[in-house]
Ligand binder design. Structure first.
Ligand SMILES: NC(=O)c1ccc[n+]([C@@H]2O[C@H](COP(=O)([O-])OP(=O)(O)OC[C@H]3O[C@@H](n4cnc5c(N)ncnc54)[C@H](O)[C@@H]3O)[C@@H](O)[C@H]2O)c1
Length: 437
């Protein structure tokens, strides 16, 4: 206590001493320096402060002049403005405005302020873990868009998209399109459907359900959120064609009660639904009729002729040719198809558009190319043809060339080697896996 008392008395003394010995007496009004006015002007001129102020005023007034002309862009020109959607489980509230050209107003797009590029889109790809879908996802992600894949993994594989895991712009949802789903996106690429005969014949009722109910659900979603919808239809809608090559105006020759009709008629109904939503509900739609496509990530044993031949040649098995091998097909490399799908989605035309490579090969010619590429000693084994197998298939792509400015670039001889190493790796892993059991 004594010490404390001592200290406080010392402090007290100090407090008393400060005003008298060091500081001037307290005065509520500070005396103005006689040169304060010229000093503030000096301050403005020093270090180019005035210049900065003038530049600020200039930028501000430019913004207010430009801003009204931007706000005049009505919904017609900035079509899709979607507040908040879920990407990788995180809800983002930033808005996306896409200057889409209007259906009838060719090329009318809003004025984009200098320095602001294309805004990124939110895109759903149904069937995105499958062969074509996964390549489409690669392109959309590389372009800078946000992609949500919906897949039930019937024929798709996580391995096809796992190189995007961890990318915040990528999301994978296990979901069957036969059930409705609610998402907020700008575009829907609807691919979900088994594409090879082995798979679509496995459960034909499910195949037609996927085509009808799955397409209805995705069209309903497109209508609700104002998204643009693209259907991947097929050359199978032409059935066993009586017109060659097939133009989009040809209505087809399909057996409605055959073993393939779950797929053929399913896709024809999907096209009908797509057009009815377009005409009746004003949904922006696009229809692609895809011809035989090949490339890395195809299912290995899916019964499609290219994957069959390539897998058989790698496994040193005879190449199976059904019938006399004179039936023809055209073969398109997957990157050409993906370019065509994107051109169609971004363009102004509904379609339908044939997307395929018009180069026509008989099955025997294809077998020869596979032998040249993989194993010249491979042999050919003939088997009876399957039911309803079309005799000829070759797209007329003049409409896509003219209206989408698209045509395939990769020939069969260039494309085939690109899928061989992928197949070799997967077949090797398969064999190694078997050895470990
Ligand atoms: N590849 C071709 O040569 C070709 C030719 C014509 C048309 N197409 C069409 O292109 C699309 C993609 O074909 P692909 O070759 O990539 O086939 P794919 O079988 O590799 O891919 C289809 C994807 O859809 C998924 N899927 C199937 N049913 C589903 C459902 N009910 N719900 C959710 N997902 C489902 C599968 O798991 C798979 O990932 C299909 O619509 C197909 O009809 C492809």
């Amino acid at each position: 206590m004594k010490q404390l008392h001592k200290q406080s008395s010392v402090n007290h003394r100090r407090d008393e001493e400060i005003p008298t010995s060091q500081s001037p007496p307290y005065s509520p009004k500070t005396l103005k320096h006689p040169r304060s006015l010229p000093r503030s002007i000096n301050y403005l001129f020093k270090e180019q402060r005035l210049l900065f102020i003038l530049v600020g005023i200039l930028i501000g007034s430019t913004f207010f002049i430009v801003q009204p002309s931007l706000s005049r862009l009505g919904p017609a020109e900035t079509r899709s403005t979607i507040p908040g959607s879920v990407t990788n489980g995180v809800t983002s509230r930033d808005q996306i405005s896409i200057p889409y050209p209007q259906r009838n107003g060719a090329g009318k797009v809003g004025r984009i302020p200098v320095g602001i590029g294309r805004k990124r889109l939110r895109i759903v790809v149904t069937g995105g873990a499958g062969f074509v879908g996964s390549h489409l996802v690669d392109k959309l992600i590389a372009r800078g868009d946000d992609v949500i894949v919906i897949d039930n993994f019937f024929t798709g594989r996580k391995e096809n998209v796992m190189h995007h895991f961890g990318n915040p712009r990528f999301e994978l949802i296990r979901h069957d399109v036969v059930e409705p789903i609610l998402l907020e996106v700008d575009q829907i690429y609807h691919l979900a459907c088994p594409a090879s005969p082995v798979h679509y014949k496995y459960n034909p009722v499910k195949t037609i359900k996927t085509n009808v109910m799955g397409t209805l659900n995705m069209l309903g979603l497109a209508k609700r959120i104002g998204a643009r919808f693209l259907l991947t239809s097929t050359s199978e809608v032409y059935g066993d064609p009586l017109e060659h090559p097939q133009k989009e105006t040809y209505w087809g020759n399909v057996n409605p009660i055959g073993v393939r009709s779950c797929y053929d008629e399913g896709k024809r109904t999907a096209e009908t639904l797509t057009m009815d939503y377009h005409r009746g509900a004003d949904v922006e739609v696009r229809i692609a009729r895809i011809f035989n496509t090949y490339g890395p990530r195809m299912c290995i044993d899916d019964g499609r002729v290219v994957s069959n031949f390539v897998a058989q040649a790698i496994r040193k098995q005879p190449l199976t040719v059904y019938g006399d091998g004179k039936q023809t097909r055209s073969f398109q490399y997957v990157s050409d198809l993906v370019d065509g799908l994107v051109a169609l989605m971004e363009g102004e035309h509904v379609g339908p558009f044939n997307l395929g490579n018009p180069g026509e090969f008989t099955m025997l010619e294809l077998a020869e190319v596979v032998k040249e590429t993989i194993d010249s000693s491979a042999t050919i084994e003939f088997k009876p043809n399957t039911a309803d197998d079309p005799h000829k298939r070759k797209p007329d792509i003049s409409r896509a060339k003219e209206m989408l400015n698209w045509e395939p670039k990769i020939s069969l001889r260039e494309g085939l080697p690109l899928m061989v190493s992928d197949f070799q790796n997967r077949i090797l892993n398969e064999d190694e896996g078997k050895g470990q059991k």
